[in-house]
Design a protein around this ligand. Sequence first.
Ligand code: NDP
Ligand code: 2IT
Length: 456
Amino acid sequence: MVLDEEFYVNITEHMQNLREEILRRNPAEPEFHQAVQEVLDSLAPVIARHPAYARAKLMERISEPERQIIFRVPWVDDAGEVHVNRGFRVEFSSALGPYKGGLRFHPSVNLSIVKFLGFEQVFKNALTGLPIGGAKGGADFDPKGRSDNEIMRFCQSFMTELYRHIGEYTDVPAGDTGVGLREIGYLFGQYKRITNRYETGALTGKGLAWGGARVRTEATGYGAAYFVAEMLAARGDGLEGREVIVSGSGNVAIYAIQKAQALGGRVVACSDSGGYVFDRDGIDLNLLRTIKEVERGRLSEYAERGASGASYVAGRPVWEVPCQVALPCATQNELDGDAARRLVKLGVVAVAEGANMPCTPEAVRVFREANVLFGPGKAANAGGVATSALEMQQNASRDSWTFEYTEERLHRIMRDIHATCFETAAEYGRPGDYVLGANIAGYSRVAEAMLACGVI
Ligand code: NDP
Ligand code: 2IT
């Protein structure tokens, strides 16, 4: 279809007005603005092809959550002191399935953070091709230094409100930063007790003995490593022999390291909020897992107990370590324009976001201009939620799949997501632009479902 210039001018104006309206109606939410802006920047060509999307005001509707829940979470610490935190669940879109997305416990959590994560989740979940809508939640609770009993009481109080909003067909939370197997266990226990239902499909990321699925723990990190391998393969390249750095040392980082190593990469550094470890012999995954997963310790201990090739650099970001592949797997906006320029200078050829929105818009621009392969989070880290959807399938059929079968499903999903983003970018005249490809492909799936269901 040939489009005249006037039509394009109208679309650009429409997008500009929309952006201003979203900023005006959601003041003081910088992370949400950033996530919306990135999607809007990609959509002009798809709206040009489908004017019905604009007439139906789809983007106006998608950027307004279907429901936002904010609640008080009171709890008592081990010393008997009362604390009050704020809980959130933002149910963004049920166009493709029940609301689905993680819960984050971190002191930085606020409405802007939960909304940016929920908004991203809508498109990410659409990209998986599985029947899941988008949501996110959490609390401004800091689990660091808290005892198991304190964590349990907090989770029970959180679920005492949340339970009325979730369910197998309604909204299915999972983990995110600060919420792992332990927390999901306490949350599931309280849900079960209040509802008197053994409803495994109401939460994902559960333990194997109580309705959990194999590979869910590993899925986000494995998926990110698969995604970067796919991007490299599309350029006739691979991870074999490449030096890799990973930020973070939590759930996503640990399994991104494991799979990157399995695919032949040499992972030489990882980090936490205090600094980074550089290990010229390659990160010792067993040691890292012992410190982080078993002992819940700090990364600084790695160098003290690691082999002679390791050093801990306090107070500095990991992005000063030379590498060809970088996997940011910690948190939003952790890699800025300066860090991106440094990485480009040091020889980076591929970046895939294991975390949600870890690269600032300037960093993404720097990578694009330097022709660095860039996999946005909504594609590269979709393996976690995709495997959550596989957990829901197993729960619905009261089945339990093997590790090998589940991992093969995850691998295929990541290959499909890569192909979808790659082909969509090419189709819209921007070959290699995975940001555009992911946004348009995810948006199109949501848009078609919304059109079919009318104005709701
Ligand atoms: P974890 O809580 O397991 O680990 C988070 C890691 O990131 C920790 O090492 C933490 O260090 C580090 N970190 C957090 N904030 C900062 C910061 N400001 N600067 C440097 N390091 C920081 O979380 P996950 O691994 O589950 O999540 C990491 C990212 O991946 C998040 O963006 C999350 O939204 C995203 N994600 C997670 C999925 C999942 O299935 N878990 C799925 C898809 C995306 P410290 O211990 O010092 O705080
Ligand atoms: O950001 C994410 O995709 C997650 N935290 C996982 C969500 C899920 O429902 O598994």
